[in-house]
Design a protein around this ligand. Structure first.
Ligand code: FAD
Ligand code: EPU
Length: 276
């Protein structure tokens, strides 16, 4: 186990966030120690807006046996494994079931927690079983027990996903690659700049990006944070943005549209007093 003081800007895709005590755990003993004080669990940091002041709680990262997986994707897959690596393996092996998650830069645990997905498929549909650490021990769940919905799950309080088993069916590498290419095609309008994916959930039957676009908000800037010209639901860091600047954009959008934040906010984030 390693305990380090690190800026969370380095561990999040938006590239913002202050200092935290980061506990990298390798096994169950580590996890038991790390969870003896208030904590948060970090995946790949791809859905997080972290305060410029950082967070007070311990930040737990999964490594060692909680990030391990066998190259044939059989058996348990550690929650710290990266989805893009697993999808690459699935394509090579011709195993179908994960294609809808193509392009999502998440760890398995973060994707379970968020029920990450696209209109081609969600994490919940790819799962056979989920192992969750809570109340000092590991517990096994069937997917239907975890309250999955659109970008939502109901893990037990304080629950840390440690491992999953996927439900994959054998087909051909070509068939899997073709489906992944289809999902990739649906992402063509998404910007390459630093982001945390879509900032807001889509309201039923509509697209938050379309609504933000229709309000003429694309290109709105606060400091080094901007509503992408390419896709209205991507609030991007142009380089050197602060959490406060990004949050000011969130507030600007919410002042004209009743959209629910998809990003999770860690720590105290306040928008600066600026007119945008
Ligand atoms: P983090 O952002 O680190 O954490 C998110 C939440 O999960 C936090 O509450 C955290 O505490 C919790 N968590 C993390 N690991 C665990 C664990 N092991 N156990 C319990 N809780 C845990 N999302 C989509 O759904 N669809 C998309 O198409 C999509 N496209 C994206 C494209 C880009 C370029 C980017 C940057 C993001 C995109 N996202 C998308 C958003 C993001 O990838 C997902 O929300 C993803 O599920 C977050 O996973 P993560 O591992 O990064 O989790
Ligand atoms: N649109 C606009 N202007 C914009 C953006 C979009 O008019 O600025 C229009 C598009 O032309 C299209 C419609 O809105 O007709 C939907 O857009 P898109 O296909 O880009 O899908 P989305 O609803 O914005 C959702 C997910 C993405 C996921 C894609 C692909 C949410 C909040 N977003 O985006 O997920 O990658 O579909 O399936 O559910 C995420 O959750 O972080 C995320 C990136």
């Amino acid at each position: 186990m390693r305990v380090e003081h690190l800026p969370l800007a380095r561990l999040t895709t938006l590239g913002v966030g202050g200092m935290a005590e980061v506990w990298t755990v390798e096994n169950l003993e580590d996890l038991k120690k790390a969870t003896q004080a208030p904590y948060r669990v970090l995946g790949n940091g791809s859905n997080l807006l972290v305060s410029d002041k950082g967070v007070r709680e311990r930040v737990i990262r999964l490594s060692g046996e909680f990030a391990a997986w066998s190259p044939d994707l059989s058996g348990w897959v550690g929650a710290g494994a990266l989805l893009p690596s697993l999808l690459q393996a699935a394509a090579r092996l011709g195993l179908s079931g994960l294609e809808g998650l193509y392009g999502i830069p998440a760890q398995v645990g973060g994707a379970v927690r968020m029920n990450a997905g696209t209109r081609f498929g969600e994490m919940k549909d790819a799962l056979e079983a989920v192992e969750v650490f809570h109340d000092g021990a590991l517990h096994l769940y069937q997917p239907h027990e975890l309250g999955f919905g659109y970008r939502r799950s109901a893990l037990p309080p304080g629950g840390i996903v440690t491992r999953v088993r996927f439900r994959l069916s054998p087909t051909s590498p070509e068939a899997v690659q073709a489906r992944m290419a289809l999902v990739d095609g649906a992402r063509k309008g998404q910007p390459k700049r630093k982001s945390a994916g879509c900032a807001f959930k889509n309201p039923p039957g509509d697209s938050a990006g379309r609504l933000i676009d229709a309000m003429g908000l694309k290109g709105t800037r606060v400091g080094r944070a901007m509503i992408s010209h390419e896709h209205g639901n991507f609030l991007v860091n142009l380089g050197g943005a602060t959490a406060a600047e990004l949050f000011a954009l969130v507030k600007r959008v919410q002042s004209v549209l009743p959209l629910e934040l998809e990003w999770e906010v860690w720590g105290e984030v306040e928008a600066p007093e600026v007119s945008v």
